[in-house]
Design a binder for this molecule. Structure first.
Ligand SMILES: *[C@@H]1O[C@H](CO)[C@@H](O)[C@H](O)[C@H]1NC(C)=O
Ligand SMILES: *[C@@H]1O[C@H](CO)[C@@H](O)[C@H](O)[C@H]1NC(C)=O
Ligand SMILES: *[C@@H]1O[C@H](CO)[C@@H](O)[C@H](O)[C@H]1NC(C)=O
Ligand SMILES: *[C@@H]1O[C@H](CO)[C@@H](O)[C@H](O)[C@H]1NC(C)=O
Ligand SMILES: *[C@@H]1O[C@H](CO)[C@@H](O)[C@H](O)[C@H]1NC(C)=O
Ligand SMILES: *[C@@H]1O[C@H](CO)[C@@H](O)[C@H](O)[C@H]1NC(C)=O
Length: 441
């Protein structure tokens, strides 16, 4: 080729040569980017490139039946390998909005501080949940309420309730996700409600969307139950204890129609994917046949459908979007105290071991989340609560909460067996998640 090139060169005017060089470069460049797309690792599964079908998530009202807790799969087959189109093809990578340019506020340590903490009194918050009111349900040690998060290289802006209300004036703040995110919402309401006179605030009844409203600020703090982000058969805020999870991996519309009007959004999703496999019912599936996929693979599909919505609909100048990373669990004390056989029950102090990471926080999932959020660049800010919450083995309700079922005698005689080591006592760890949100707003 080089030979022919130089041979012809003499006969061609300069302009034509430049044009040819341009064409050659363009072709080369295109081939390169195609190669890059093809070489992208596929964390869900490894399949022949030729067998992958990309599905564009719904952005308009779906024609299909909306899933509810009575939905069933007519049949189930193996996962076909279909993927969500948006992020694999259209969204460009760009520099992520770093939590704070100067300092990583998520890297730090817990400092005992009973002078400034807790930020509110458990019994003074009328919106407290019985699942999280640990003192009310008999927890004798209150140490878990007295810890402040101290970033290594800077200080957090001090929580200031009036300043937070000013940030929220005329706005809708909405938390969207599962019960961990609901805990953060309750924490936020408890942090905020004390300065609003009782006759100037309202709380709507518990529903798919629950709304706390403060009249004088014309502001709301809301919680939308959407544990899997995409449409699913678990979207009933009360009755969602189902054996089989069914999602529509290409549809966030059912929930997005509610969340799209919020000004500040805080999303989370994680624990519900840990009990896979998950049934996928694609919108184009006419006969009600589901596909089955492991939890992490299904979570990736859901995250990408959600990300497609963010990429298409979020103007960062008008809307702030946050994503809270996985909330850690402390189900096995042998992970932080080798040889022991308990869980979080009776834990009274945070861990001191720097960068402790338990098995409840799945690293491949974190990398997948990194990747999805990274592609959304400046449209999403990360609330990276995982590492700081990992240290707080003392922060869970364990047995000090209201349980829905009456406990059996053998459970009562062995407290460790029925501990809740997933959710968090309030006041407690989620208050600090909200201080971080306040810091970043
Ligand atoms: C804070 O803790 C210290 C040490 O445990 C104790 O001496 C002090 O009385 C506590 N202060 C408050 C306000 O609880
Ligand atoms: C919370 O308020 C109650 C009742 O006013 C009081 O008895 C209790 O000591 C307070 N608790 C804390 C941790 O301040
Ligand atoms: C209250 O806030 C909403 C937006 O959430 C806005 O549309 C409305 O005009 C505001 N009302 C007043 C009285 O400021
Ligand atoms: C649905 O079922 C009909 C009748 O059995 C069949 O012809 C059709 O191919 C099926 N559609 C899909 C998408 O599987
Ligand atoms: C599932 O099968 C039943 C009975 O064959 C049919 O009535 C129903 O429409 C199917 N569901 C879907 C979503 O196609
Ligand atoms: C969150 O922080 C951990 C370190 O604690 C890091 O490995 C991870 O990449 C971060 N995730 C995101 C989404 O920023």
């Amino acid at each position: 080729m080089m030979q022919r090139w130089s041979r012809k060169k003499t006969h061609f005017p300069l302009l034509v040569i430049l044009l040819l060089i341009f064409i050659v470069f363009t072709v080369l460049y295109n081939e390169l980017s195609i190669q890059q797309i093809h070489e992208e690792p596929d964390p869900v599964h490894h399949r022949q490139e030729t067998s992958i079908t990309y599905v564009k998530p719904n952005r308009l009202s779906p024609a299909h039946e909306v899933l509810d807790r009575f939905s069933k799969c007519n049949a189930t087959r193996d996962y076909s390998g279909r993927r969500i189109a948006s992020l694999d093809r259209t969204v460009k990578t760009g520099p992520r909005r770093v939590a704070s340019e100067r300092c990583d506020v998520f890297s730090g340590k817990w400092v005992f501080d009973n002078a400034s903490y807790p930020l509110y009194n458990e019994s003074h918050c009328p919106y407290m949940s019985d699942q999280l009111a640990c003192h009310k349900h008999g927890r004798p040690d209150l140490g878990y309420q007295y810890w402040r998060w101290q970033p290594h290289n800077c200080n957090l802006n001090r929580w200031d309730v009036t300043e937070m209300w000013e940030k929220l004036r005329g706005k809708r703040l909405m938390f969207v996700g599962d019960s961990l995110n609901r805990g953060q919402w309750i924490s936020m309401v408890c942090l905020l409600q004390s300065v609003i006179p009782a006759n100037k605030r309202t709380m709507s009844p518990n529903a798919h969307l629950t709304i706390f409203r403060a009249e004088e600020y014309n502001a709301t703090v809301e919680f939308l139950w959407a544990p899997l982000l995409v449409e699913s058969n678990s979207d009933d805020p009360v009755n969602h204890r189902l054996d089989e999870r069914i999602i529509r991996p290409d549809s966030v519309l059912k929930h997005a129609s509610q969340w799209e009007h919020a000004d500040i959004l805080v999303f989370n999703t994680y624990l519900w994917w840990r009990q896979g496999p998950v049934k996928l019912l694609w919108s184009a599936e006419e006969n009600g046949t589901c596909e089955e996929l492991d939890g992490k693979g299904a979570m990736e599909l859901a995250m990408k459908a959600w990300a497609d919505w963010v990429a298409a609909k979020v103007d960062p100048l008008k809307k702030r979007v946050f994503f809270a990373t996985m909330s850690p669990t402390h189900l096995w004390s042998r992970e932080w105290e080798p040889g022991s056989e308990g869980n979080c029950y009776n834990e009274k102090t945070p861990m001191e071991l720097e960068s402790y990471w338990g098995s409840g926080s799945d690293l491949p999932t974190m990398r997948m989340v990194d990747d999805v959020l990274g592609r959304l660049s400046s449209k999403v800010s990360v609330l990276n609560i995982t590492q700081l919450s990992e240290y707080r083995k003392d922060g869970h309700p364990s047995i000090y909460r209201k349980f829905w079922e009456t406990l059996r005698p053998e459970q009562l005689s062995n407290p460790a067996s029925y501990s809740d080591c997933i959710h968090w006592c309030l006041p407690g760890v989620p208050d600090v998640w909200n201080e971080l949100l306040f810091h970043l707003l």
